[in-house]
Write a protein that binds this ligand. Structure first.
Ligand SMILES: [Mg+2]
Length: 288
């Protein structure tokens, strides 16, 4: 990474927000905010949360205000300016192509007979996002296969994204237009803003972050991520020959523990010599 500007894209829950089981380093979020206030840094939140829940988290956890927000697992992109959030219409038009004119309620009917699926709250649904809760004991693979077959037969191009709400102990299943993933949304925004791949860093922790973690986008997996996610991310990057663009934070070589925002900063120091210097000056890292 030779350029000095950075499009910093980060997941929120259990990546930036310390709402997992592991401890957060007491200085980490303050350092993260300080880093994001650098004029060269454009901050993008990439999250399963919807607009209001993102705003709520920013307030509750004293997070820096982003410049953009990719919300609802990639189905919405907003340009943000304090409380003024402007959706990028071009993105909605882009992903609408995958639904082939089918509506949210038509798709919902396709799965009405599957008792393992419990619809999420209305606030968590949108025209391009159909979301369910699934108990963790349910056999994921069989369920996903059955649903994918129905969607295909119906003529829609969709992705089924599985993740886990750790504190609540429940599975989250999102049905999205095929291109409405975090990966495609980040890439769309990157191209709209004219950033090259080596001017982007992504940070994540769980299932719906995997496509980005295994892609050519420089990506950091925070140390508090579950072991199966670490293995899956490594496997995917091996399969895609993108091992160079995946970094697993551990806390080594920094003065912190690699969890949450400490892990994000550690990844930035790993990928960017220029920003490593900045972090060194701030006292965040680094021995090497
Ligand atoms: Mg997360």
């Amino acid at each position: 990474m030779s350029e000095t500007r950075l499009l910093l894209c980060t997941d929120m829950d259990r990546t930036l927000i310390p709402n997992g089981l592991q401890a957060e380093h007491p200085q980490a979020r303050r350092w993260f905010s300080e880093f994001c206030s650098l004029p060269q840094v454009t901050l993008v939140y990439v999250t399963g949360r919807h607009q209001n829940l993102v705003k709520e988290a920013i307030k509750h956890y004293s997070l820096p205000s982003p410049d953009y927000a990719i919300t609802d697992v990639g189905t919405r992109i907003f340009r943000t300016n304090n409380q003024q959030w402007q959706p990028l219409q071009a993105w909605e038009e882009e992903i609408d192509k995958d639904w082939h004119g089918k509506s949210h309620s038509q798709l919902k009917k396709l799965f009405a007979d599957i008792s393992e699926l419990q619809l999420q709250e209305t606030s968590k649904q949108n025209s391009h996002k159909l979301s369910y809760y699934v108990a963790l004991h349910v056999k994921q693979e069989d369920l996903l296969l059955q649903m994918a077959q129905r969607l295909e037969a119906y003529g829609t191009q969709a992705s089924l994204v599985w993740s886990v709400d750790e504190p609540k102990g429940i599975g989250l299943l999102d049905i999205l237009p095929r291109n409405a993933t975090k990966l495609h949304a980040i890439d769309f925004l990157r191209q709209q803003l004219n950033y090259s791949l080596d001017e982007v860093i992504f940070a994540g922790d769980s299932g719906n972050d995997l496509p980005v973690l295994g892609s050519a986008i420089p990506a950091v997996l925070v140390a508090n991520a579950a072991n199966d996610v670490k293995k899956a991310a490594q496997g995917l990057s091996q399969k895609n020959s993108t091992q160079q663009s995946l970094y697993l934070s551990t806390g080594k070589n920094t003065h912190m523990n690699g969890n949450y925002s400490a892990g994000i900063l550690e990844g930035i120091a790993y990928f960017s010599p220029v920003f490593r210097q900045q972090l060194k000056q701030m006292g965040v890292c680094c021995e090497q």
